[in-house]
Design a protein around this ligand. Structure first.
Ligand code: 6R9
Length: 655
């Protein structure tokens, strides 16, 4: 058997010691899952109680996936305030507990520990400032901030007064910011002077100024001083947060919101067209993120939880801010990057703040693998109880490194599959219940009904093993409700290809044990000589080679095979890129997966084009592979656009 197949077949049952104290063990999972899908009404009626309601709900679920009348409503006659659930309700019992640990970009600067009581004061002040600026229930507020506590204050302050926030990642360009400000018709943009990150800084205020050149004159700016440096200032339009906060009242009321009132909009890119404004509402979202945070990470009172995502992405919304704070947890917010000032930063922070759960992404792990194990080994990681991953399929090689080097072979790894659209985890192991398999997101969370459909017939495949497209048969409380301002696009994107189902856009297989394996976006599936293959499989094989740090694989038109396999390969530091090595890698993949998977082209890539959230932009790689570089489309969201020029210049010839 080849190496990839060997590692993929490994199974790691939950450790007894872990299962004993876990919220959910295997029996409990089986029992609760069965109950959750047999009678969703009853299940969620009970689960909804983890949240404090102002007016309790009577109706639990009212959802319809029928094309032309798609409507998703949960707890619809209940009222609540999400901010009250994340802040106020903890004051009595956990007022002095740290709500947010803030770790600044530069380790020489002091971290901050913000207690729930202090958080309450900050959020109230921000809420009062926003109200003074004219923001009212239902108004939109764009948040364009670094990873600083004020980003959480701003989100929670919006929730408190009923405003709808739209967080824009601080790495986005002025154009992207402008499109999002106009897209949701924002009244206020909250930004900072500068955003320090990895020892460099982005001029957020100046980006905001540029973005606003094409926005309504009435849009106001609230600026947080992060570095304190000089910025431009437009009298009347710009407001100084730090000055206003000195004067602002530190108490404010919570607006009573309907469960289905929007909480936030978050723009996300699809395979076609402009980014979509994904809309999440209040009641179902907070019930579901609180519940998944507790069960998936096996969070216990007093734990320190660290999700390394940025609040500009859904992962930061659900698992830095809303889920953890709804549970009264201590959530760590990190302003920096994993590799600055050195490749030990993550582990140094884990050790110093005694982090219990660490939740990160395969791309970060792969970047660190290339730097060697000594960066991990020199830090005391004994506080860690659990590791998590999200964002893309994790190749077994990265999983094994995470498991062995970081987890010392005894920590559960939760591989959580979900999307901006799903609001929270849908497929994931529960650490005390589910046997782990490297690269598999394993089983559905409570109430989640995944199905695998034949992409051609649209029929459900009910036997195992199965392979096809991943859809959801019924709703869950944190499902997105609509595309902002375009419900038709919502229906068309997610409900029109497979009637009666929510279509995730991902390909998936289910093995004989009923475990789910995401094979990547369906547009990443290539067909080589009639064989369907996930590009992730080839990537996984490549990175299993000792010289390879990272790989991205795309299809390109091939005269005989239909599609050929084009591989972009980043080598480990210090490895010579030679023709011999190319031949060796081709042979390697051939033996790892099989002759059909033998790469047709290997191009050395010093860097891969990635979004700022770390996703490889395969669209661009496909264009380069197809030699169609005249129409690369929008590259503005790339972390480092110069990578693309290098790849074009060194495009590999094809046999
Ligand atoms: C949370 C988030 C969603 C897409 C999704 C899938 C990929 C996310 C994954 C995963 C395999 C996992 N994805 N988690 N693939 N295993 N554990 O990432 O949201 O940015 O909207 O991306 O990411 O392809 O469809 P988002």
């Amino acid at each position: 058997m080849n190496t990839a197949a060997k590692t993929a077949a490994a199974v790691y049952p939950p450790r007894k010691e872990f299962a004993q104290t876990a919220h959910v063990d295997a029996d409990r999972y089986a029992e609760l899952y069965a109950a959750s899908v047999a009678d969703p009404e009853a299940f969620w009626r009970e689960e909804g109680k983890r949240i404090d309601w102002i007016r309790p709900y009577e109706t639990v679920k009212n959802t319809d996936f029928t094309l032309g009348q798609v409507s998703i409503r949960w707890f619809e006659d209940g009222t609540l305030n999400v901010c009250a659930n994340c802040v106020d309700r903890h004051l009595e019992t956990r007022g002095d507990r740290t709500a947010i640990i803030w770790e600044p970009d530069d380790p020489k600067d002091a971290p901050k520990h913000i207690s729930y009581r202090e958080l309450h004061g900050h959020v109230c002040r921000m809420a009062n400032i926003l109200e003074d600026m004219g923001v009212r229930k239902g108004d939109r507020v764009v948040i364009y901030l670094p990873m600083i506590p004020e980003a959480a204050y701003a989100m929670l302050a919006c929730a408190r007064i009923g405003a709808v926030h739209s967080v824009v990642f601080a790495g986005f360009s002025p154009d992207a910011l402008g499109a999002r400000i106009n897209g949701c018709d924002a009244k206020v943009v909250i930004t900072a002077d500068y955003a320090p990150r990895g020892g460099k800084k982005t001029a957020l205020k100046s980006n905001t100024d540029k973005a606003l050149l094409h926005a309504k004159d009435s849009v106001k700016v609230l600026m947080v001083r992060r570095t304190g440096e000089q910025t431009s200032w437009v009298q009347g339009r710009d407001h100084d947060y730090n000055e206003l906060a000195l004067e602002a009242d530190d108490v404010s009321g919570c607006v009573e919101m309907g469960a289905e009132d929007p909480l936030f909009i978050l723009y996300t890119s699809g395979s076609t067209g402009q980014p979509k404004g994904v809309v999440h509402t209040s009641g179902g979202y907070i019930v579901y993120t609180a519940m998944t945070h507790e069960y998936v990470f096996d969070y216990h009172e007093g734990d320190v939880f660290w999700c390394t995502a940025d609040v500009g992405w859904v992962t930061g919304h659900s698992y830095i801010v809303y889920g953890p704070l709804a549970n009264g947890a201590t959530t760590l917010m990190f302003e920096g990057v994993p590799t600055w000032p050195d490749a030990g930063r993550f582990w140094e922070v884990c050790a110093r703040h005694k982090v219990n759960q660490f939740y990160s992404a395969p791309t970060a792990i792969r970047a660190l693998i290339g730097q060697g194990t000594e960066w991990v080994e020199k830090h005391d990681l004994s506080s860690l109880k659990l590791l998590g991953t999200v964002g893309e399929p994790i190749n077994p090689e990265a999983w094994n490194w995470y498991n062995e080097v970081v987890g010392k072979g005894h920590l559960p790894i939760v591989d959580t599959w979900w999307q901006t659209e799903t609001g929270g985890h849908l497929l994931t192991p529960l650490p005390g219940a589910t046997p782990l398999k490297p690269g598999s997101a394993t089983k559905p969370f409570f109430g989640v009904q995944p199905v695998i459909l034949d992409p051609h017939t649209g029929e459900e495949i009910t036997t195992n093993p199965a392979e096809g497209v991943l859809c959801l048969k019924d709703s869950w409380p944190a499902q997105m409700r609509t595309v902002w301002g375009d419900h038709e696009r919502f229906e068309k994107t997610y409900f029109s290809d497979y009637k009666g189902y929510y279509f995730s856009g991902d390909g998936c297989r289910r093995d004989a044990d009923g475990d789910y394996w995401i094979t990547g976006r369906v547009d990443d599936v290539i067909n080589v000589s009639g064989h369907r293959m996930g590009t992730a499989e080839v990537e996984s094989a490549l990175v299993a080679h000792e010289t390879v740090a990272e790989a991205a694989v795309v299809g390109y038109p091939h005269e005989i095979k239909g599609q050929g396999i084009y591989c972009y390969v980043t080598l480990m530091n210090g490895v010579e890129p030679t023709d011999e090595l190319k031949a060796e890698l081709q042979k390697w993949v051939r033996t790892e997966i099989g002759p059909i998977a033998k790469p047709d082209v290997i191009q050395w890539a010093p860097g891969l084009p990635k979004t700022r959230s770390g996703k490889i932009m395969r669209r661009i790689l496909r264009k380069i592979a197809e030699n169609d570089t005249g129409s690369l489309g929008d590259t503005s969201t790339l972390a480092d656009p110069s990578v693309v020029d290098d790849l074009i210049a060194n495009r590999a010839g094809r046999e």
